[in-house]
Design a protein around this ligand. Structure first.
Ligand code: SAH
Length: 229
């Protein structure tokens, strides 16, 4: 790794640790799993941000990636990855590929990552970037994430990286028994709650509220039609 990247990465990891400690009473943990922190340390965030924002690549904040979308804040990426509690042999579905950054982090935490992105240009750019960087256990598709990706279901975990007004039933249906759905739920551009939905062996679900968050909205079917889906 380049020297500036190593230094930036170190600061980013320190910021994540500090924010985890600061929010410990809300998120119910003092620290994130070592596996998540190692995965975060191995993914070069500077490769996922636009050229003119490289200097801010390791700041602990979201950054614009075009098309009105953002690459999520590193703390949130780490926290959501931790909440999924993935194991090496498992399969995860991500809704909202965006830059592909969260996809890359997940690819280091489990066996196979499927990811769905609505905006064709973002989906294409992420596919190229992830292939160039050698993430070969990820499968991407352009489409409307409200429907999940039924062909590869069920999943051990599903993560939604845009805010939904409600918990989409199709996503819960695509979880394995004991699978976990990590999703921000709430009004678009308003306050949202990061939730973990767990599905037990009998198909019963349990929902846990984790933390107030601010995500770009998960675009609905009408918006999806405008993107040709
Ligand atoms: N995980 C991304 C975050 C991107 S922001 C990253 O690390 O960069 C959320 C993404 O969700 C945007 O790229 C947006 O285009 C996408 N999105 C919004 N509505 C969607 C939908 N209905 N289906 C799939 N993707 C959607």
């Amino acid at each position: 790794m380049k020297g500036s990247r190593v230094a930036g990465m170190q600061l980013m990891l320190e910021d994540i640790r500090a924010e985890v400690a600061y929010t410990r009473s809300m998120i119910g943990r003092d620290e994130l799993s070592e596996a998540v922190l190692v995965a975060m340390s191995k993914v070069p965030r500077d490769e996922f941000v636009p050229n003119d924002l490289k200097a801010a690549a390791f700041d602990n904040g979201p950054l614009p990636i075009g098309h009105g979308q953002t690459i999520s804040q590193p703390y949130i990426v780490a926290l959501m990855s931790d909440l999924l509690a993935l194991h090496p042999g498992q399969t995860v579905l991500e809704i909202g590929t965006g830059s592909g950054y969260q996809t890359a982090v997940l690819s280091r935490l489990c066996q196979t990552v499927y990811s769905v992105e609505l905006v064709p240009l973002l989906a294409d750019a992420a596919a190229r970037r992830l292939a160039d960087l050698g993430y070969d256990n990820v499968h991407l598709r352009q489409g409307n994430g409200y429907e999940g990706w039924p062909e590869h279901a069920p999943y051990d975990g599903i993560i939604v990286t845009a805010a939904a007004p409600y918990i989409p039933e199709a996503l819960v249906d695509q979880l394995k028994p004991d699978g976990r759905l990590v999703i921000p739920v709430g009004a678009p551009h308003g306050r949202q709650e990061l939730m973990v939905v767990t599905r037990d062996r009998h198909g019963r679900t349990q929902t846990e509220n984790i933390l107030g968050v601010a995500f770009v909205p998960l675009v609905d079917a009408r918006g999806a039609a405008e993107q040709g889906v």
